[in-house]
Ligand binder design. Structure first.
Ligand SMILES: [Zn+2]
Length: 65
C-alpha cells in the first residue's frame, strides 16, 4: 500500500490516518473516482483521459472560449 503525505486532489498535508487513502477529509469522497483513475492508468490511458473517464476532470466546454 502506498502512503501519501499530500491530498491527491488539493495537495493538502494529510493526517496519518488519511495517508493510506491519499485524500484529505474534504476529498475522501473522491476515493472511488481515484481508484477508477488508477485502474485506467494501469490500462494505459493518458492522465487526462483517465481523469475524464473517472469523473475527476471536466471535458473541454465547447462554449468556453
Ligand atoms: Zn484535498
Amino acid at each position: 500500500m502506498t502512503l501519501r503525505c499530500e491530498c491527491r486532489e488539493c495537495k493538502a498535508r494529510l493526517q496519518q490516518s488519511e495517508q493510506a487513502l491519499g485524500l484529505c477529509a474534504d476529498h475522501h469522497l473522491l476515493a472511488a473516482d481515484y481508484h477508477l483513475y488508477d485502474a485506467l492508468r494501469e490500462q494505459g490511458y493518458m492522465p487526462f483521459q483517465a481523469k475524464l473517464m473517472a469523473g475527476l476532470a471536466d471535458p473541454p466546454d465547447p462554449d468556453d472560449d
